[in-house]
Design a protein around this ligand. Structure first.
Ligand code: C2E
Ligand code: CA
Ligand code: CA
Length: 665
């Protein structure tokens, strides 16, 4: 079972896209035909026995016996084929041989019944003649029900069985014989027409079922496979990992997880564009899949990160590590050959981290973390190399796990808090707020997101945190006087944005908190858009249609490609603070910022500069054309209460306040 799953996963495309509808339906029809063989054979045995007994007195015994022998020998042959058919793989298409065989056997079987009209038809005994006609007609009626799935089979059977008796009656000469001939002919035509109708109904129902199966497979594919490379995605590999860990515990085998991360992928993306980056990822995926062992599974975690899950690499840790190293070397050398994309020849290397299981208790998440830490070590060691997870690295993993555990507790115990940092216009008026996460750790004090957001990306925690942030920011927004276009800027993490339910969640929170979507701006980074641009654009457009706006955060640090940006429904760019901080000292930064501003103006995209710490920087930015600012110069991020005390004008007026004001004046 596991193994067939395996094959399917490494060939997801073949299983659903390339499947030919026609062969699929033909296979279904053949399955129905062959499944009714036992019933037909019983009917043949019973009818041929009765017929032989009845005709025993009026036909030569050797003739009766010969006919009986031939008819039932054919049945034995059919039984043999029936068992052979049953051994075919139920998942595979049925070879065309079986369709031909069905036709030949139907013809042969029809002829044995047609032969009744020749051999077992007494010359002048009307009663026995009618009896033979009755038996043949009965057999044909039965054949309509069992052979109709394939029209040629049922037609050939009916014609071979019925035509001889029609002719025989016709030749017999008397009026009643002629009438019998006419009746038999009529009956034949009726049988043909009935089988045609039945055939149509059966095909229709198979087609419907086939379409449903295809639809289900498509949904499965989308939920479990990465749309760019067609490799299993994170969700799928986590599931597989769980199974594999359990299996290796049961069978006392050792398996391995390889964490692959391309070296300098970002540079390729930045310099050659996302189209090239995407093609490279595809080629990498296919190179890896081609050289993997049958029993292994490759997956794409996202970005330029791949996983290879190797089951049963050894019985002891030493043996397993030995084998995995050999296999990892092979993978590493897959990158010796350059990749050819468009007109480019790309030399790409990869860093590989290895973690074995089940050496200590390991969940899929922990295992991925271990292999991730090992991969990081490989990067540190100069890239293009392999590192296995070592006990010394355990501390890093433990720290992460402690933080992770702490964060789960923080969510439950309300230790998370949102700080808000104002954004101002050129006249220092507040036009927006950015929600920034803080963790009020009971022992360590206030912890900034830089210390924990990064690695929670690789766990489901980020989703819970992201949900909490969005919900809380909207609740606070509802308490603010946001009438005059105050924007609440909320950071969205890649994993959160990538969730299929992201748009629904946002909609739900907006409707439960009653905020105006026009006041909400989601900050995303360029990196999170490269994974699946089409889906990303679709999500953005859905949210934009209700009024939510988007900004590109940390602009300038990532995958900035102008052509690419044009396709995105983005409202505003946030120039990263790393450029802004030194703008008055570093000429390079100044040029970058000026270019970004000019470019954005050209594309009619708004700009906000973050990290504005001094008046000089502000003046510089103003002269370059920037009109929106965020930074310590105006305010540091602060708790919500403090924000309201410091900027009381942000607070929503008490609903009755104005009326009271008018009344008392
Ligand atoms: P970011 O989105 O680039 O946020 C801006 C960061 O710049 C904030 O750091 C802010 O405190 C800091 N900053 C603002 N003005 C100045 C300035 O004048 N000088 C300097 N040196 N720094 C300034 P913070 O709050 O530590 O947040 C760090 C990062 O953590 C954020 O970078 C963002 O990527 C992430 N983050 C924060 N809150 C969330 C959140 O709710 N969800 C997610 N997914 N990420 C968050
Ligand atoms: Ca931000
Ligand atoms: Ca930023």
């Amino acid at each position: 079972m596991l193994d067939t799953d395996n094959n399917k996963q490494s060939q997801p495309q073949r299983s659903w896209r390339q499947k030919n509808d026609q062969t699929d339906i033909m296979s279904g029809l053949l399955r129905i035909i062959y499944s009714s063989v036992p019933l037909s054979l019983i009917a043949i045995l019973a009818n041929s026995t009765i017929l032989s007994i009845v005709q025993w007195g009026v036909i030569a015994h050797t003739t009766v016996l010969t006919w009986f022998g031939i008819t039932n020998s054919l049945s034995l042959v059919r039984l043999g084929f029936y068992f052979k058919f049953k051994r075919l793989d139920p998942e595979e298409d049925i070879p065309v041989f079986w369709a031909r065989l069905s036709l030949i056997i139907s013809a042969a079987s029809g002829l044995t019944w047609g032969a009744v009209a020749i051999w077992l038809f007494p010359a002048d005994d009307l009663v026995h003649q009618v009896f033979t006609a009755f038996v043949i007609a009965g057999m044909c009626a039965g054949a309509v029900t069992t052979l109709s799935p394939i029209l040629s089979s049922v037609y050939v059977f009916i014609l071979c069985a019925m035509l001889p008796i029609v002719i025989r009656f016709f030749q017999a000469g008397t009026d009643i014989n002629h009438a019998m001939a006419a009746m038999s002919l009529l009956f034949t035509l009726m049988l043909l027409s009935t089988s045609k109708k039945l055939n149509y109904t059966i095909r229709e129902s198979l087609l419907l079922r086939h379409e449903r199966v295809i639809a289900e497979e498509t949904i499965q594919q989308q939920a479990h496979y990465d749309s760019l490379t067609n490799l299993p995605n994170r969700r799928m590999i986590i599931g597989r990992l769980k199974q594999e860990i359990a299996r290796s515990v049961r069978h006392k085998h050792i398996g391995a997880v390889l964490f692959l991360d391309l070296d300098h992928f970002k540079t390729i993306n930045d310099s050659l564009g996302h189209g090239v980056g995407d093609k490279l990822l595809k080629q990498v995926a296919s190179r890896i899949s081609q050289r993997m062992r049958e029993e292994d599974t490759a997956a794409r975690l996202g970005g330029d990160e791949f996983i290879i899950l190797m089951s049963e690499v050894g019985d002891s840790a030493v043996e397993a590590m030995d084998n995995v190293m050999t296999l990892a070397e092979i993978i590493l050398h897959l990158f010796d050959e350059p990749f050819f994309i468009n007109e480019h020849e790309l030399h790409v290397t990869v860093s590989i981290g290895i973690a074995l299981f089940p050496l200590t208790e390991s969940s899929p998440d922990q295992l991925l973390q271990k292999s991730d830490v090992a991969m990081y070590e490989a990067k540190q060691a100069g890239r293009n190399t392999i590192r296995a997870f070592l006990p010394e690295m355990q501390k890093t993993v433990d720290d992460r796990r402690a933080t992770e555990k702490g964060l789960r507790r923080a969510l439950a115990k309300d230790e998370l808090e949102l700080y808000y940092q104002p954004q101002v216009d050129a006249d220092n008026r507040i036009i927006g707020l950015e929600a920034l996460l803080r963790w009020n750790h009971p022992a360590r004090g206030v912890i900034t997101p830089e210390e924990f957001i990064g690695f929670t990306e690789n766990t489901s925690l980020i989703i819970h945190i992201g949900d909490w942030v969005f919900n809380t920011a909207c609740k606070h927004l509802a308490e603010l006087d946001s009438g005059e276009e105050l924007t609440m800027c909320i950071n969205v993490s890649p994993r959160q944005f990538g969730e299929a339910s992201f748009v629904d969640k946002v909609n739900k929170v907006i409707s439960t908190t009653g905020v105006n979507p026009n006041n909400i701006q989601l900050e995303i980074t360029e990196g999170m858009l490269i994974k699946d641009v089409e889906t990303a654009i679709e999500k953005m457009q859905l949210l934009k249609s209700i009024g939510v706006s988007f900004s590109i955060d940390d602009f300038g640090t990532g995958y900035s490609s102008l052509a690419y940006l044009k396709r995105l429904p983005v409202d505003i760019l946030k120039i990263d603070k790393s450029f802004v901080l030194d703008i008055d000292r570093d000429e390079n930064d100044a040029v970058i910022v000026e270019t970004i501003i000019a470019m954005a103006q050209h594309m009619k995209i708004d700009i906000v500069a973050e990290g504005v710490e001094t008046g000089q920087i502000m003046e510089y930015l103003k002269s370059a054309g920037c009109r929106k600012f965020q930074g310590h110069l105006f305010a540091r991020p602060m708790p919500f209460n403090k924000l309201l005390t410091r900027f009381p004008e942000l607070k929503k007026p008490y609903p009755g306040a104005k009326v009271i004001g008018i009344g008392s004046s």
